[in-house]
Design a protein. Structure first.
Lengths: 109, 870
């Protein structure tokens, strides 16, 4: 399993959320809204290239719309191994976070 | 403004398009456009366009590393395939690499040589502003251009024309003995020049003051190596030196660095010009023709044409009788493109002709090697058809394939370069002795050489690869992947034949020219010169210099092996022209140049010449001193009547006083024409003037006892002269006239051998390929009953057509080139059919040898083996 960077993780999760409507711009918009900061396109573009190379997503050229000057969208789809990678990451993080969360609970008490 | 017209945006979009894949680019720009439209209504035109640009630039940053990695991966693959191909087809690789290596090596050698030739005289800081004055004398129908100019012109030009800012007069004398520090050594080149030589030219001083070095009359400036031989590590400045023949003491005022090899001015030590006023009666500011050179320094950026137009008439203004015009030539042209009287004093004079000869032949060899590559790679293109087909099916575009195959040929050439560097290193000493140079091949030092080598290599790789790459990349993948492979198209075969023909045309030309050069050299060495050059020794001039010759002569003649002695200018020397001759009945407006030779009464018998008419100078001492003898050519100038009894008037400069005197003399005999100097020159009308005590002495001796006679003369030399024994043998001097021609012969010979070798290699490869292709055909023919010899003939026929065509094409070209080269000889062979036929015959023989093994092997193959079906 090839590890995911933080950015890749965020982008991969965004693709999951957006389902069939995931492409560069929609991912950017989604992440900008969620994190409340402005994401530039290339910041999303780089993890997308990496993810595709790692085999966690596949891409295909979607339909063209007039607003894009007739250019096609590059649609992203999460793959099985992408989902596995996310699950594994979550599991790993849960273990890593566990102790910290416990401390937090104690302090609040 | 529409952002699509913004030059910045377009520029960055271009880059992005270059570094990213097609799909990536399309979708990304689409995304940017989409968001831009939203943004523009929100934030306005300005900030959204800025955002647009920034997005594109950032994306370039993201895509570029990816782009690089892909490129590298592909490159690695190409490299691997290229090396695999070199390894798998060993014969082809050997033929290609060895051919290219030899071709490259000859190109690199010639490039080194060219680089050196071109660098002549360019090391001076002012080299762009330095000129040499030349004089052009037009008399009647002939024009003589000389590098020597009157002594007064330099000062006059600087004074009258603001374009000229400095001048120096210069001359270099050979072989003078110098005595200093209890040592007495020969200095090969003794220069004289004005002090300004150090202001104009860049000669670096090691010690002494460059500003006053030659201002005092008896001062001398040494080069570093001469100073070291005399004084070792001591500083020689202020020391005293004596010149052997002139007893004045000279004070050393400076030491300069040794002159570089690529300087046409060359001296070991230099004296102030003022010494020539005493020694040679040079006028400080004369307008008579003199033996000195004048160099001028001009203002920056002058127009040579307009300046030379202005100064043209300056000699005639000052000397009404003069027929001479003045001109200037750039310092940088002197080494290669100057062809003037007096040029031979230039150190290692070059010739632009050799630049062309060497350059074109080296390129020709490289071309032959490139043709080998093209032929072999297109011939074996079917072997790679599958690879090309597969690559195309997987998605390679034509451009990528083109790049791949071009890259492959460049890789092959680079491999060849490695070998060629080794070849160059091995051959450099031989090449240096052939070209009389001191070239070094040091890659680490000279960027020009590195750039040159890589440039030649890249060019060769591209040139030889472009056609095969084009052929391979246009293969149809369906055909390529089909089992049977590809048969080369009709056009391909024709082109291959044309290329082979080109190779052989080049080879035949080189062979023919080599043969012509050697024939001519043979002709020269066997041509009767009109005198006997064998068995004549010419001792150095000091034996009879300023000395009563009789006792020396008597002592020499006491040896029975010495037959006769003649004091006078030998037939190997260059004579000086004189146009002052006149006689009763001569058209006064006609200017004729006669050459004058000072000889004594023993000249005829010493050289074994013949008289046509009249008699030679009487042996009786003092008689006939005012008589003249002319040669046949001169006799013809006088007209039909016998020249005997004609009285000639002429004007000659006296060497002792420097004055011009008028003499009269009666013609008493006509000497049979002989070849004065080299056979490059025609026989000129010559007048022989009776003289006594000429320092040049020719001694005719018994050839069988050369060693004894040389020793004997050395003894006598030692008795009279305190100067190292020097002598020349006349036949050696005459041999030396043709050193350059012999070098040309050797260069052509080696190039011709290389050319024929490389083309035969190529032919060998091509034959082995074509016979393999026709393996099945040959098998079937044999099964049907054709004999072995029939098959061999069938295969030969194909090559004979090509060979015949190339011979027919090569002959006229070779003939023209041979004529061109022979034109430099006044007496030459007539290159005829025989030379051409011999060249053709040699080429045919080598071709037959190189292809016959393959063909006979193919013809002898058992049809069972070739026809069996796996």
């Amino acid at each position: 399993m090839i590890p995911l960077s933080r950015r890749e993780e965020q982008v991969l999760l965004a693709i999951w959320t957006l389902k069939d409507k995931a492409y560069l711009l929609s991912i950017k918009k989604h992440l900008s809204t969620v994190t409340d900061t402005d994401w530039s396109l290339s910041i999303v573009q780089k993890p997308l290239i990496q993810l595709e190379k790692k085999g966690y997503i596949t891409t295909n050229m979607g339909e063209a719309t007039p607003v894009r000057g007739g250019r096609r969208k590059k649609m992203c789809h999460i793959t099985k191994s992408g989902i596995d990678a996310l699950k594994a990451l979550r599991k790993e993080q849960d273990i890593l976070w566990e102790d910290f969360l416990n401390i937090e609970v104690r302090t609040i008490r | 403004m529409d952002k699509r017209n913004n030059i910045f945006i377009l520029f960055f979009m271009k880059i992005l398009k270059l570094v990213s894949t097609e799909k990536e680019y399309e979708s990304f720009i689409g995304d940017v456009e989409e968001f831009y439209d939203e943004l523009i209504s929100e934030k306005g035109w300005y900030s959204s366009t800025t955002w647009y640009i920034i997005q594109i630039i950032k994306s370039i940053g993201v895509n570029f590393p990816v782009f690089l990695i892909w490129r590298f991966t592909m490159l690695k693959n190409y490299f691997k395939i290229a090396l695999r191909n070199i390894k798998n087809y060993k014969t082809y690789s050997f033929i290609n690499i060895s051919g290219l290596a030899v071709g490259l090596a000859s190109c690199i050698l010639v490039f080194l040589w060219l680089n050196d030739e071109m660098s002549f005289d360019k090391f001076h800081d002012n080299s762009n502003e330095l000129y040499r004055a030349i004089s052009i004398t037009t008399a009647a129908d002939q024009t003589i251009s000389s590098a020597r100019t009157p002594t007064g012109i330099g000062a006059a030009l600087v004074e009258q024309y603001p374009e000229f800012i400095n001048y120096t007069r210069y001359q270099c004398f050979e072989g003078t003995l110098i005595e200093a520090n209890e040592r007495s050594l020969l200095c090969n080149y003794l220069g004289v020049a004005d002090q300004s030589i150090f202001e104009m030219f860049t000669f670096d001083f090691i010690s002494g003051d460059s500003e006053t070095a030659l201002t005092e009359k008896y001062s001398i400036v040494l080069t570093e190596s001469l100073a070291e031989t005399f004084f070792g590590d001591e500083d020689p400045v202020g020391k005293i030196m004596n010149l052997q023949i002139r007893r004045e003491p000279f004070k050393v005022t400076g030491v300069i660095e040794d002159l570089p090899e690529n300087s046409h001015i060359h001296f070991d030590c230099i004296l102030p010009f003022s010494v020539c006023y005493d020694w040679f009666h040079a006028e400080p500011a004369g307008w008579e023709p003199s033996m000195y050179y004048t160099y001028l320094q001009t203002e920056k950026g002058i127009d040579r044409e307009s300046v030379s137009e202005k100064i043209k008439g300056i000699i005639k203004e000052n000397d009404q009788n003069s027929l001479t015009e003045l001109d200037i030539q750039s310092l940088k042209d002197i080494h290669l493109s100057s062809d003037l009287l007096g040029d031979m004093d230039n150190y290692k004079k070059g010739n632009i002709k050799f630049i062309y000869i060497y350059g074109f032949t080296a390129l020709g060899i490289l071309l032959i090697a490139c043709i080998n590559f093209m032929n072999l790679s297109t011939a074996k293109s079917s072997r790679r058809a599958k690879e090309v087909g597969l690559r195309k099916v997987v998605g390679a575009r034509k451009k990528q394939l083109l790049n791949q195959f071009l890259g492959e040929s460049v890789i092959l050439t680079l491999v060849a370069l490695v070998f060629s560097i080794t070849i160059v290193r091995l051959l450099l000493p031989a090449f240096n002795s052939l070209t009389d140079k001191n070239l070094v091949f040091d890659m680490s030092m000279n960027y020009i050489i590195i750039a040159g080598c890589l440039g030649i290599t890249l060019l060769t790789g591209l040139l030889s690869g472009v056609y095969p790459a084009f052929i391979l990349s246009t293969l149809n993948p369906v055909k390529g992947l089909r089992d049977k492979g590809l048969k080369g198209g009709r056009g391909g075969i024709l082109l291959r034949k044309a290329l082979v023909i080109t190779q052989f045309v080049l080879s035949v030309i080189l062979i023919a020219v080599t043969l012509a050069v050697y024939d001519q050299l043979d002709y020269i060495s066997n041509k009767p010169l009109g005198y006997e050059p064998e068995g004549i020794i010419i001792p150095g001039g000091y034996l009879f210099w300023n000395r009563n010759p009789e006792p020396v002569k008597n002592e020499l003649l006491s040896n029975p092996d010495i037959f006769s002695i003649s004091q006078g200018i030998p037939p190997s020397a260059e004579l000086t022209g004189n146009n002052s001759f006149s006689w009763a009945g001569k058209n006064p407006d006609e200017v004729l140049t006669f050459y004058t030779a000072y000889v004594d009464q023993y000249y005829l018998e010493t050289y074994g010449m013949d008289l046509v008419e009249g008699r030679f100078f009487s042996k009786e001492y003092g008689a006939d001193l005012s008589k003249l003898v002319v040669n046949e050519t001169a006799a013809n100038v006088f007209g039909d009547n016998s020249p005997l009894g004609k009285v000639l008037r002429y004007r000659i400069q006296d060497f002792d006083t420097g004055e011009f005197n008028i003499f009269e003399g009666e013609v008493i005999g006509v000497l049979k024409d002989y070849h004065q100097g080299s056979l490059h020159n025609e026989i000129e009308p010559t007048v022989f003037i009776h003289s006594r005590g000429h320092p040049y002495t020719s001694i005719k001796y018994n050839e069988d006892k050369t060693a004894d006679v040389l020793k004997f003369i050395e003894q006598i030399w030692g008795k009279y002269v305190d100067y190292p024994y020097t002598y020349t043998l006349l036949n050696e001097t005459i041999e030396n006239f043709y050193t350059n021609d012999r070098k040309t012969g050797k260069v052509f010979m080696s190039f011709a051998l290389l050319a024929i070798f490389i083309s035969c290699l190529g032919l060998f490869g091509l034959t082995s390929y074509t016979t393999e292709q026709r393996k099945k055909e040959i098998g079937i023919r044999k099964v049907l009953g054709t004999s072995n010899s029939g098959i061999t003939f069938l295969l030969f026929r194909e090559f004979f057509v090509g060979l015949a065509v190339s011979l027919v094409l090569a002959c006229p070209i070779a003939w023209v080139i041979m004529r061109k080269w022979l034109e430099s000889f006044a007496y030459r062979i007539d290159p005829g059919i025989v030379t051409l036929l011999t060249a053709c015959f040699l080429a045919t023989i080598t071709v037959l040898i190189s292809i016959s093994i393959q063909l006979i092997k193919a013809a002898g193959a058992n049809p069972v083996d070739t026809l069996k079906y796996e």
